[in-house]
Design a protein around this ligand. Structure first.
Ligand code: GLP
Length: 261
């Protein structure tokens, strides 16, 4: 795992956008894993800007999102399908038939999850998986005690997560109680992970995720096992990390990052 610290939220998102843009230019038919949440809104806006101003093309990209709420129609403004269409897909040159999210309205959820896994594999796996981290330490909706080897499945949301996402649903009671999520094992199978975490409210959880012991109580700690995982944080989110000096040194000195400065 490598940790990159940028001073501001905007700089952190800009670096994540630059990493994705480079991956897209290197491989135009990238299989890109996508995430939702407030943090990603800034990032998607930057990708839209790159599409409009720099000609960054999504025409050949195939995408797989991490998760979707169970019981929400695609046209429901709270669904992640709606979020993705709104923040990214409708604003770039992507072929919408190449965009995949689990179907939270599926009659047979177990079959839907198995089919999602199969589809990811049939595309040769995910090249680059974008991730945020929830306050409960989840990646996707892999809540505490998610098995490290778990695959796409239905997961009950913790009260903490329901609370975190309550503002979108008019209070915690309105938040769906379950979601379909890629498993921790599904995420670990991707060839590269790119984690974007910003804001002081995430300082505690990111310190545990990056520097704490690996535990299924905090599914983000599983990323320590991934062979190629980059975590980009702003200084507010980095404030409780022990080795900040070392991480800053990496960004300033490692050749890979010099083109991004
Ligand atoms: C949701 C998503 C996660 C995301 C998290 C963080 O719970 N399922 O994939 O990482 O939100 O959201 P935010 O960026 O709003 O803090």
């Amino acid at each position: 795992m490598e940790v990159i610290i940028r001073d501001t939220r905007e700089q952190a998102a800009a670096l994540a956008a630059a990493v994705i843009a480079k991956a897209l230019r290197d491989k135009p038919n990238l299989v890109l894993g996508l995430a939702t949440g407030r943090t990603m809104e800034t990032l998607y806006q930057l990708l839209v800007d790159k599409h409009r101003n720099e000609g960054l093309s999504f025409a050949a990209v195939r995408t797989f999102n991490l998760d979707e709420y169970i019981g929400l129609e695609a046209r429901d403004p709270h669904s992640y399908r709606y979020y993705m269409n709104h923040h990214l897909f409708s604003r770039v040159d992507i072929d919408i038939t190449n965009t995949h999210l689990p179907n939270g309205m599926a009659e047979d959820i177990a079959s839907e999850c198995a089919a999602y896994e199969y589809k990811i594999r049939s595309y040769g796996g995910i090249d680059l998986q974008l991730l945020g981290i929830g306050i409960s330490g989840h990646i996707g909706f892999n809540e505490p005690l998610s098995a490290m080897l778990s695959r796409t499945r239905a997961k009950a949301l913790t009260p903490q997560t329901q609370h975190q996402n309550a503002q979108f649903f008019g209070g915690p009671d309105g938040v769906p109680k379950r979601a379909i999520t890629m498993g921790v094992g599904t995420i670990l199978d991707s060839k590269r992970c790119l984690v974007l975490v910003t804001g002081a409210e995430k300082a505690d959880v990111i310190a545990k995720a990056v520097e704490g012991p690996v535990t299924s109580m905090i599914s983000a700690t599983a990323l320590q096992l991934h062979a190629r995982c980059t975590v980009i944080v702003d200084s507010a989110a980095a404030s409780r990390l022990e080795n900040q000096e070392y991480y800053r040194w990496i960004f300033d000195n490692e050749p890979e990052w010099q083109d991004f400065d």
